[in-house]
Design a protein around this ligand. Structure first.
Ligand code: ARG
Length: 308
């Protein structure tokens, strides 16, 4: 097993001292009350990455892919997380499963319980048991899925609520199963644009956990027209302070990002979103995963949060 950084983290929610942010950005962040929280992530080195089938509109097998470049770009993301003080675990890549790099789809983990994934498309089905094996071997309680679901690609924890996407991959029935497994409120949202087929391509969770003093700071950024009207109304009502991103930023997978409450790792192409984040006192950190975008995935897709 290639798990790294196995030293225990005392708390995944404790604020940490100033990290890799620049002096200026740090001051802005502090002024805006942005507090970084240490995360534990699961990633998978894209040693077998290629595009050999089409299960989303971004995937064109005729276009060449460069596996070595994919690995270098992925490494930059890995190094960025480590540099910011996060803990990253690794699952071994399996030959013949080119999409395994998108670990966000491998499950959904809260409080040491891992709800396993059951993939929509045959090409990715074997990934489900592979991730469940990893969870078991690493001490997680696994809830085996009955319903089709693609893990954190479609499920996002915002405060105490789980936002759950459906329309392309995870089914509505999986949302019920999810609520049973975790005993939390699950809010179903309908995705309508095939470019944004997973929830994590249309919503970015900026402040997923409680701030100091138990202040609920949960906030999100999202692309409105990736959702049907009913879902847009739900989001508008629940997150009046949300950042609404432009289509241009959504279309470069700007929302497929990872936030630790202060640093938000985003695509360098999402210029508008970058400016919006700075205005709000976040510290955007730019990491280019252009090669992995050929498979229809970005930063968040390559990152599964391990909460325990
Ligand atoms: N090629 C993969 C698929 O279509 C990309 C998955 C992207 N993952 C994500 N969390 N959005 O399934």
């Amino acid at each position: 097993m290639s798990t790294q950084n196995t030293a225990p983290v005392t708390s995944t929610t404790s604020p940490v001292a100033e990290g890799a942010a620049t002096e200026g950005a740090t001051q802005t962040a502090v002024a805006a009350g942005r507090i970084q929280q240490v995360r534990r992530y699961l990633m998978c080195r894209p040693e077998h990455f290629t595009v050999s089938y089409t299960i989303n509109p971004w995937m064109v097998p005729a276009n060449p892919t460069d596996t070595a470049l994919a690995v270098r770009q992925w490494q930059a993301l890995y190094d960025t997380y480590i540099g910011l003080g996060h803990e990253v675990h690794l699952i071994d890549p399996i030959e013949g499963l080119p999409d395994m790099v998108y670990t966000a789809n491998g499950g959904f983990v809260i409080d040491n319980v891992a709800y396993g994934a059951k993939f929509r498309f045959q090409e990715r089905v074997p990934e489900g048991p592979a991730f469940m094996d990893w969870f078991r071997a690493n001490g997680y309680d696994v809830a085996e899925p009955v319903e089709v679901n693609e893990g954190e690609g479609d499920f996002l924890l915002v405060g105490e609520t789980i936002l759950a996407g459906t329309g392309f991959r995870s089914t509505g029935d999986s949302h019920r199963e999810l609520a049973d497994v975790f005993g939390k409120e699950v809010v179903s949202l309908n995705l309508v644009d095939p470019r944004f087929y997973h929830l994590d391509t249309a919503i970015s969770v900026l402040d997923p956990v409680e701030g100091p003093g138990g202040v609920e700071k949960a906030n999100i950024a999202y692309l409105e027209h990736a959702f049907d009207e009913r879902s847009q109304a739900i989001l508008a009502e629940r997150y009046p302070d949300a950042i609404h991103v432009a289509d241009a930023d959504g279309a470069v997978f700007g929302l497929n990002s990872a936030s630790d409450g202060r640093n938000v790792i985003i695509s360098p192409r999402a210029k508008g979103f970058e400016a919006q984040l700075r205005e709000r006192g976040y510290n955007p950190v730019l990491v280019d995963l252009s090669e992995l975008l050929l498979g229809g995935g970005g930063i968040k897709c390559c990152t599964l949060e391990l909460r325990r």
